[in-house]
Design a protein around this ligand. Sequence first.
Ligand code: OFO
Length: 169
Amino acid sequence: MINEKMEKAFLEQINAELFSEYLYLSMKAYFANLNLTGFVNWMDVQVQEERAHAMGMFDYLLERGGKVVLEKIEKPESNWNSPLDVFKAVLKHEEYITSRINALMDVAEETKDRAALAFLNWYLKEQVEEEANVSGVLAQLEMIGEDKNGLLALDKELAARTFVAPVIG
Ligand code: OFO
C-alpha cells in the first residue's frame, strides 16, 4: 500500500498532467483559428500524450492500493501573440513539469518508496524527450521569424507527427 505523502504527491501530479492536456487543447484551438493544421496536429498528439501521462499515474496509484480523488483543473491561457509565443510557453511549461517530476522523485526517496522511484524514471526520461522536442520546434520558429513561407513549411513538417501510445513504467 502506498503511503499518504506519496499518494498526495501523485494526485497533485495527475492534476498537473491533466492541466497539461487542457493547456495543449487550448493551444490546439489557437492554431486551428490560424488555419495552421500541422501545428494543430502537433498539439493534438501532445494532448493525447498528456492524457496518457495522467492515466499512467492514475492506474499506478490504484495498482498500489491508493485512492484517486480528482481535483478541479485550472483554466488554461487562451491568448498568445504568435506561434513563437506559444512554443516559448510550451517550453516553460515542460520545464515546470520536469521540476515537478524531480520533486515527486524526492518524495519517493524521502519515503523510501523504491517502486515509485523506479516507476517515475520513465517520466523523467520522457521529460528529457519532451524538452528536446519542444526546443527543436522553438529553435525553428526563432529562425523563421516573420517569414510566412518558413512558417508554412514548418506547419507541413508538424503535420507528420503521430501519437504512439506509450508503455509507461
Ligand atoms: Fe506530461 O509531459 Fe508534458 O506536461
